[in-house]
Design a protein around this ligand. Structure first.
Ligand code: FNR
Length: 433
């Protein structure tokens, strides 16, 4: 049996579960701040990861895995490096290995999703489809365990019979994985069905690697102390929480739940700092608000068409775009209008912002629309002699690290990588058109 070099320990841990659309960087960082020990990324498909390029983003201090269409597929940062487990969807051992090798230096562990019952996964032979193909499970897991240095885990659902479930987990254990997460429901069971604690317990008693119990949000986990109760009920080593954390990430807080409004503010701060897409931000906030979506705050959130709209409910100065927007509000000017063009030859973006009928533009081309807009905002702010939101005086470590260096604020490394262009002397050149 090959045993992986286990740096991450999966015993006595509270873990943020993988959640598509929820588990992006802001939620993971917030969960860590609030007490989670380990945070799983949302499931990302191996094929998609292999199409990405790895980009060191010196502006946000993140590592980005960027798809050919410039979409950020996975964004991570130093703060979570020793805590984040990258969850992958795969149906092929060699492809899984290639994708795992691609990300392993930026994450603490790799997990394979073997529980997703969605049509997309099943049709592709991924997720819960793997549960009926133990040979493939064995091949994928042992290839990963042998091929990478970080601990490997998998997340499964239980099978229709206890015997088959126990046979499967014993076989999985032999691959040398570091731990196994058990979502205590069968493939056809929905989240509102009761979780089978007895089956998780039988698994925990049958194998010796750490078992991570999952599935308790609906029936068991309403506050922090329930996490331990669920662990005991399942005799598991650790507990993984999905929905209860999605509804209120302060579920991980030993001192108890925080008011939703406070948690939402903290979430938004991270969403803005890390340039999270506003649709994703809005989705996560809507999940937190749940029954309160009809409240005045819920209605505002529902109507929000941009991060700015969301942020205005929770003012804090962060990005150049925000500074400019706030200034326009103060001056009773119409809000800035951004027009962005993409150069077909290299896919880079350039943005022009119109404020008080004047147009401002960076001389640089940037790798994403968002960066190009921030660059245009900086040019405008500098030309008008306004603060750009540079937060060197801020106390917060993330804020201090931000590098809003100028209109073309990509650094030399990115320029070398062909992600930015233009003569260096032009990078700080600001102009209004
Ligand atoms: C999930 N779940 C899930 N599981 C997984 O392995 N990979 C994923 O990407 C997702 N995505 C996802 C999104 C959302 C919005 C939800 C609510 C759930 C399943 C999740 O990790 C967990 O197994 C179940 O929700 C059961 O745990 P709780 O909710 O009872 O703690």
């Amino acid at each position: 049996m090959t045993v992986n070099s286990v740096k991450l320990c999966y015993r006595n841990k509270t873990i943020l579960a993988p959640m598509v659309r929820i588990g992006s960087l802001p939620m993971r960082l917030l969960a860590l701040d609030l007490g989670a020990d380990i945070v799983y990324s949302e499931e990302l498909i191996d094929i998609k990861m292999l199409q990405c390029k790895r980009v060191v983003n010196e502006v946000l201090n993140t590592i980005d895995f960027v798809a050919p269409n410039e979409r950020i597929i996975f964004r991570t940062c130093e703060r979570e490096r020793d805590h984040v487990v990258f969850q992958m969807g795969t149906a092929d051992a060699e492809r899984a290995l290639a994708a795992a090798k691609f990300v392993e230096n930026d994450v603490a562990g790799i997990d394979i999703n073997m529980g997703c019952p969605k049509k997309f996964s099943i049709q592709g032979g991924m997720g819960a489809a793997l549960l009926s193909n133990p040979d493939k499970i064995e091949m994928i897991l042992s290839t990963l365990v042998k091929g990478i240095c970080k601990p490997v885990t998998c997340k499964i659902r239980i099978l229709p019979s206890l015997k088959d479930t126990l046979d499967l987990v014993k076989r999985i254990e032999k691959t040398g994985i570091a731990a196994i997460a058990i979502h205590g429901r069968k493939e056809e069971e929905r989240p509102q069905h009761p979780v089978h604690c007895d089956v998780i317990k039988a698994i925990a008693e049958a194998i010796s690697i750490p078992v991570i119990a999952n599935g308790g949000s609906h029936d068991y986990i309403k506050e922090y102390s329930d996490i331990e109760a669920f662990r005991q009920a399942t005799a598991a080593s650790s507990v993984m929480v999905a929905r209860a954390a999605m509804w209120n990430p302060s579920i991980f807080r030993k001192e108890g739940l925080q008011p939703l409004e406070k948690v939402m503010k903290e979430y938004i701060k991270y969403a803005v700092r890390f340039d999270n897409h506003y649709i994703n931000t809005k989705y996560c906030l809507c999940q937190m608000l749940r029954e309160q979506l009809e409240s005045p705050l819920g209605k505002k959130l529902h109507a929000a068409q941009s991060s700015q709209n969301i942020w205005r409910e929770y003012p804090a100065q962060i990005t150049p775009k925000m500074c400019l927007l706030e200034w326009c509000h103060k001056e009773k000017l119409p809000q800035p209008v951004y027009e962005t063009v993409q150069r077909p030859s290299n896919g880079l973006f350039c943005s022009v912002v119109t404020v008080a009928e004047q147009k401002y533009k960076s001389s640089m081309w940037d790798k994403s629309k968002k960066l190009a807009e921030q660059a245009a905002a900086i040019v405008c702010l500098r030309t008008l002699g306004l603060p750009t939101g540079e937060l060197s005086e801020g106390k917060d470590q993330y804020l201090q690290k931000r590098k809003w260096e100028g209109p073309g604020f990509l650094n030399g490394r990115e320029a070398e990588n062909g992600l930015s262009e233009g003569a260096p002397h032009k990078r700080l050149h600001a102009r209004s058109l």
